[in-house]
Write a protein that binds this ligand. Structure first.
Ligand code: CTP
Length: 401
């Protein structure tokens, strides 16, 4: 995986610098060429001799060292590389990067860099939690810098613990491998915008009560993640779920079906839409402005009105994405019902799944689906929700191509 990759490591001045020696060794073992720039203060923690012996390459540190500049200029150093790893990325180094300082070879090279950058923060937990560091890290993230860690655990300072430790060397190596693996994956949806709905909606009865359903959001979130991996810009409109946001996706959080409808249309135009949300078909006719009290005696009657069908609204809209995919949650006559929904909702295909309780689909990690389209019915084997998502994205990419 790392054979032939050229990695430049910028070592910052922190106690954890010694752990980076192990990272150099492991990356080299895997076939990478590793060159190193030490910040001035890094030399207080590791020596150029040790680093040079491990990397087998000249170690750089001085911006205005004629010998080094002749050998290889600082611009070339950061250009002639596939990845730059900053480890340990100290609070000071992160602050300098976030502000575009070029006050020594390490920072000048980072500013001149064309290659992707991964920063591995390491500092005292209070320094990491400080709003200034958080601001700087968020700035770097917005600039496209990726992060590995920081990890949680004991600090160099006696008795202190928290989030701020440098990730373990093998975790950093795994992160680097994952980066190159992702970079090597084809990006069939590059330049496309994919809209995904996910999770349940909740419909309020009064300020404290609501009705909802058992959707976990796992399948919709998996689709959004797969679309992002395929290179798409992804907008994920999600009802309340307890799972994490997928990486690299814009998440719009909503609660009710009406909010979801508005968010979906606000996100247009899109090239493709996958409506995986379990939208509540009805909402209570009126939301009681105050908590309904039980003192009155009889249970309160609940009247419902129908929610708009978001998929159908989109499928029949003049702003319709080129490819529209719906889901059909059925407990009986799965194919017949899905076929009917395909027509009624103006979708290109319906992912039909049997959600009868025996199947364990709701909240579970696996899914057994049939793809219903004008071309007929394609039954997929039982797959993980991630695999279903991958296949679905491949299908969409094919239709968009
Ligand atoms: N859907 C939607 N808006 C609604 C209801 C459903 O966008 N108000 C979408 C879902 O996201 C899904 C598809 O329609 O992609 C089918 O949802 P499903 O619950 O299976 O079908 P319903 O139309 O609600 O029909 P029924 O409940 O009668 O099976």
């Amino acid at each position: 995986m790392l054979a032939g990759k050229r990695i430049l490591i910028v070592i910052g001045g922190g106690i954890a610098a010694y752990k980076v020696l192990e990272v150099i060794r492991r990356l080299k073992e895997r076939g990478a060429t590793v060159r190193v720039i030490l910040t001035r203060s890094a030399k207080e923690f590791v020596t150029p001799i040790t680093v040079g012996a491990l990397s087998g390459e000249t170690v750089f540190s001085e911006l205005f060292n004629p010998a080094e500049e002749q050998d290889i200029g600082h611009i070339v150093l950061s250009r002639d590389t596939d990845l730059i790893l900053v480890a340990p990325a100290t609070a000071n180094l992160i602050a300098r990067m976030a502000n575009g300082l070029a006050d020594e070879l390490a920072t000048a090279s980072l500013l001149a860099a064309a290659a992707p950058i991964i920063a591995c923060p390491a500092m005292n937990q209070r320094m990491w939690a400080h709003p200034a560091t958080q601001r700087n890290a968020a700035r770097l993230l917005a600039d496209g810098v990726r992060f590995i860690g920081p990890a949680e655990g004991r600090m160099a300072e006696r008795g202190e613990a928290g989030v701020g430790r440098l990730s373990e060397p093998m975790d950093i190596v795994a992160g680097v491998e994952a980066f190159f693996a992702a970079a090597a994956t084809p990006k069939p949806l590059a330049g496309r915008h994919v809209l995904v709905t996910s999770g349940p909606t909740i419909e309020p009865i009064d300020p404290v009560r609501f009705i909802t359903n058992r959707s976990s959001g796992k399948q919709g979130h998996a689709v959004a993640a797969a679309a992002a991996r395929a290179g798409a810009r992804v907008t994920l409109v999600s009802g309340p779920v307890s799972i994490a946001d997928p990486a690299g996706v814009d998440v719009v959080r909503v609660e009710t079906a009406l909010e979801m409808l508005e968010a979906v249309f606000a996100a247009l135009p899109a090239d493709a839409a996958v409506m995986a949300a379990a939208v509540s078909d009805w909402r209570p006719a009126g939301v009681a402005p105050q908590k309904i009290k039980k003192a009155a005696g009889d249970p309160p009657p609940l009247a419902f009105v129908e929610n708009p069908d978001i998929l159908a609204s989109l499928g029949h809209s003049d702003r319709r994405p080129k490819v529209v995919v719906g889901f059909a949650a059925e407990t009986t006559d799965v194919e017949t019902n899905a076929g009917r929904k395909l027509q009624a909702k103006g979708a290109d295909c319906i992912v039909a799944n049997d959600v009868s309780p025996e199947g364990g689909v709701f909240g579970g990690d696996r899914n057994s689906v049939r793809i219903v389209s004008a071309a007929g019915i394609d039954a997929w084997p039982t797959l993980s929700k991630d695999e279903v998502a991958e296949r679905l994205i491949a299908l969409i990419a094919g239709r968009l191509a």
